[in-house]
Design a protein around this ligand. Structure first.
Ligand code: AMP
Length: 394
């Protein structure tokens, strides 16, 4: 069964076509910088690797370009769009309504739209991807996998804010949790590796967005992002934890509009606000040259992660393994080293040589005497979505 996975972002579309249940990747790629004259389109199959710079004005045009490549006489991988049995869409915010993979209908689409103010960087683009895919692949069954779904198990004491009950009971104000597909995928890999019952894991997803989850016996029990994907860790352009009084001060005393503060906290803060760069590779390279703001930003980032690790060890009364995943978690040995430094009280010890090895596979980077395993696990949200869609159809 061919399953196409679509992850539609604000200015990008990532796609992957998989044959299930073999999990063979037939082709994959992405479009970046949608809306510009110099959008980048990539396509990779067993026989071809294509990269084109071209004008792609909107998501519709982007998905049309992808479809053309899939069906291309020479380089394509399909004869007709009918060869795709199902499409799995990643959608960031599903509220508390959807905790499982769901077949898309009008009600689901309306809910995604209603939740857009809570994930303004993501939900509108996710919905756009769904609408376009429905037009272009009209015979395929369309499913949605919500980033919030895995966190449906977080207990009320952890997801409720200490504000009047009415807001939780009737207005849906609570912590939801995000990056669920990734945390689920890597935690299942870790559990298979540990091969024991009743595990306590801390999963750290560090990419453009960053989040950390406490996972007890395979279930998410606490998570750093909250009502929207903005709380918690320092991210590429998002501030993470901040005292909400600052927002009122900026509006009432400094003269910012609420919209400006929202833009500033989501798009101009985090590592970008601290250093002028949002890609960690640039920040690390500047830090190596002695750039003081980059050195401090790296320390602040790691310090925030450490504090959450401490909190989650307390919440679970222990930890068996700490997982690093996503672009930074998988590739930055420096970030892993800063996070794991001076954690001997918890019996967390990194093996520096193992940590420095470059690899893109599952690996254990703790020293032999470390009681807590430190695992680097490449995430694969596309495969996880394909598995969930396949399970529903079979
Ligand atoms: P993701 O959202 O998972 O695709 O992660 C993207 C981020 O990973 C980029 O913005 C970079 O900051 C970071 N990244 C990717 N490769 C490396 C690397 N080799 N070293 C440090 N950071 C990296």
């Amino acid at each position: 069964m061919n399953i196409l996975i679509i992850n539609s972002g604000s200015s990008s579309i990532k796609y992957q076509l998989l044959e299930m249940p073999s999990a063979q990747v037939i082709c994959l790629g992405m479009i970046e910088r949608i809306g510009s004259k110099e959008a980048i389109l990539t396509f990779k199959s067993q026989d071809y690797k294509i990269e084109r710079i071209c004008e792609i004005p909107n998501h519709k045009a982007g998905l049309e370009r992808i479809t053309d490549l899939l069906l291309d006489n020479e380089k394509g991988v399909l004869k007709s769009t009918d060869d795709i049995e199902a499409i799995g869409h990643r959608v960031v915010h599903g509220g508390s309504t959807y905790t499982k993979t769901t077949l898309i209908n009008e009600e689901v689409k309306n809910k995604i739209k209603t939740l857009s103010p809570l994930a303004p960087l993501h939900n509108p683009a996710n919905l756009e991807g769904i609408l376009m895919a429905e037009e272009l692949f009209d015979t395929a069954k369309q499913f949605v996998v919500f980033d919030t779904a895995f966190h449906g198990t977080i207990p009320v004491k952890a997801k409720k804010y200490a504000i009047p009950n009415e807001l939780y009971n009737n207005k849906g104000i609570q912590a939801y949790g995000f990056h669920g597909t990734s945390h689920k995928y890597v935690s299942e890999k870790a559990n298979a590796f540990l091969d024991k019952k009743n595990t306590k894991l801390i999963s750290i997803h560090l990419g453009n967005g960053c989040s950390i989850t406490a996972i007890k016996d395979g279930k998410s029990i606490d998570h750093s992002m909250g009502f929207a994907p903005s709380n918690g860790l320092v991210m590429g352009t998002r501030s993470g934890d901040i005292d909400h009084t600052i927002i009122f001060y900026m509006v009432n005393t400094l003269g910012y509009s609420l919209g400006e503060v929202n833009e500033l906290l989501n798009k101009e803060s985090g590592m970008l606000g601290l250093t002028g760069f949002n890609d960690l590779r640039d920040i690390e390279s500047e830090a190596r040259k002695g750039n003081a703001s980059c050195i401090l930003a790296l320390e602040m980032n790691a310090y925030r992660i450490k504090k959450y690790i401490g909190a989650y060890i307390a919440a679970m009364n222990g930890v068996d393994a700490i997982i690093f995943t996503a672009g930074i978690g998988e590739n930055s040995s420096l970030m892993r080293q800063l996070v794991c430094k001076d954690m001997d009280y918890f019996n967390i010890h990194l093996d520096d040589a193992e940590n420095d090895l470059k690899s893109s596979t599952f690996r254990e980077v703790n020293s032999i005497d470390s009681k807590v395993k430190i695992l680097v696990i490449p995430t694969n949200e596309e495969l996880e979505i394909a598995k969930q869609v396949f399970d529903l159809l079979s």
